[in-house]
Design a protein around this ligand. Structure first.
Ligand SMILES: Cc1cc2nc3c(=O)[nH]c(=O)nc-3n(C[C@H](O)[C@H](O)[C@H](O)COP(=O)(O)O)c2cc1C
Length: 203
């Protein structure tokens, strides 16, 4: 494969790859590793779900008091990695983190099944709990609290947007001679991002 086989806009290329992954029968094509870092440069990683693009930024939803959220707030840079086994492909994304507008988070929250909405109330994500019963007890409490009415968006739940500065497309190749195509651009804290530049990297 040659670099000119890829689209000039890496976000459009990402969407093409994501569609291929969905069609490939991959069980969780939307599962991606999210790496965050504390202010003191201690990294951590976990899998989260990709929830589409919003004006060119990758959407993530989570508990805003979780470990990942605390790290994203205190050090607003992150990295994502998708691995699609069926395709033998990987996409790596790095960039700046922005908080998602509450309206957008609310719209997504209400599109989720009611049980997931209640689960968001019940779970104080990343905190210590004595046992599973304690969690189920909290779920029952919120089931009763919201009985017969819409489940409100909890203050402690919402989304983040990752504005990409670097996107790398990786395709498995023969003799470990994989293809790697890297797109980079500058994203200033304020104002418009620069234009994308692309290069081929050695595997
Ligand atoms: C396939 C998969 C999808 C997941 N999706 C999410 C998600 O979208 N949001 C989320 O907060 N946690 C998700 N999780 C759970 C996280 O991996 C993690 O356990 C949790 O968010 C707590 O992480 P933290 O303590 O680093 O904040 C997912 C886990 C798996 C295995």
């Amino acid at each position: 494969m040659d670099i000119t086989d890829l689209q000039r806009n890496p976000l459009a290329e990402f969407e093409t790859w994501f569609d291929l992954a969905v069609k490939s029968g991959e069980k969780h094509p939307d599962a991606m590793t999210l790496a965050t870092c504390t202010k003191g440069a201690v990294p951590s990683a976990r899998v989260v779900l990709y929830k589409g693009l919003s004006k060119g930024a990758f959407r993530i939803f989570t508990n805003l008091e979780s470990r990942k959220a605390r790290e994203l707030i205190s050090n607003p840079r992150a990295a994502l990695a998708f691995h699609w086994k069926q395709l033998d492909r990987q996409v790596r994304i790095e960039g700046r983190i922005l908080s998602m507008p509450r309206k957008e988070a609310e719209k997504y929250f209400h599109s989720r099944p009611r049980t997931s909405q209640l689960g968001a109330w019940a779970s104080k994500q990343s905190t210590v709990i004595p046992n599973r019963e304690a969690l189920i007890g909290r779920l029952r409490h919120y089931e009763m609290l919201f009985e017969g009415r819409e489940v409100e968006l909890p203050k402690h739940w919402g989304g983040f947007l990752l504005v990409p500065e670097r996107i790398e497309f990786w395709i498995d190749g023969e003799f470990r001679l994989h293809d790697r195509f890297e797109y980079t651009r500058k994203v200033p804290a304020r104002g418009k991002p620069g234009a994308w530049k692309r290069v081929r990297l050695s595997p």
